[in-house]
Design a protein around this ligand. Structure first.
Ligand code: ATP
Ligand code: MG
Length: 199
């Protein structure tokens, strides 16, 4: 049987007291490391959502897109033109496109040097390392080095890392980890990537 109005009000008041107490207790600030991983759609677009939020406050942002060579995505066309955004496309394409391991490693190492510059720039409120996990999983970058560089970044700088199968060392050092599950994807019904939604 549904709650009476009175029962509902009492229950909501109790819930509000618990939520308010939890919010009051969480009064710290820090530069966060966030990992968006899993096989479902929504990792990079969530990261770009945080870029949009940060821009709303006028913050400076650095974005590194690894493993990506196309420059015509909606996010780059819009966010890449915003003042305060430094946009770096660091990939030469997916590894199954380039089919040249040495070239992929060289490109990964060059890309990480750009990331290192951002991770030492305290003026950047947020750094997005999009699709970084693949470079670690293929062994193109040294995981320990990446973790050291992340740990040594300015204390107030937020970093968002996206990509499937995030390695354990990143999960352990992260403050916030979300795993997006693949329940369904239109691609499997023969639908191509849709502008504004997928790219
Ligand atoms: P998005 O950029 O849309 O947030 P993502 O970052 O979670 O996606 P990626 O693995 O980077 O996922 O893939 C990028 C592209 O592949 C997007 O066009 C996305 O729609 C598509 N995609 C993501 N997940 C899947 C999936 N499970 N099956 C098929 N296509 C997918
Ligand atoms: Mg992505």
């Amino acid at each position: 049987m549904p709650d009476s109005n009175e029962q509902h009000s009492r229950r909501m008041a109790r819930k509000k007291a618990v939520v308010d107490a939890a919010i009051a207790k969480a009064d710290g600030d820090k530069g966060l490391l966030l990992i968006l991983t899993g096989n479902g759609k929504g990792k990079s677009s969530s990261a770009f959502g945080m870029v949009a939020r940060s821009l709303g406050y006028g913050y400076k942002i650095g974005i590194a897109q690894f493993l990506k060579s196309r420059r015509d995505t909606g996010e780059e066309l819009f966010l890449g033109n915003q003042p305060g955004v430094a946009w770096h496309v660091l990939g030469d394409g997916f590894t199954w496109d380039t089919q040249n391991k040495q070239a992929d490693i060289a490109s990964a190492v060059r890309g990480w040097a750009v990331a290192q510059t951002m991770l030492t720039d305290a003026s950047l409120h947020l750094v997005v390392l999009d699709e970084l996990t693949y470079l670690l999983n293929y062994g193109y970058l040294d995981e320990a080095q990446v973790c050291r560089d992340l740990a040594a970044r300015p204390a107030t700088q937020h970093v968002v890392i996206t990509g499937r199968a995030a390695p354990q060392c990143l999960l352990e050092m992260a403050d916030t980890v979300s795993e997006i599950a693949d329940i369904k994807h239109a691609f499997r019904d023969g639908i191509r990537a849709q502008p504004g939604i997928d790219l």
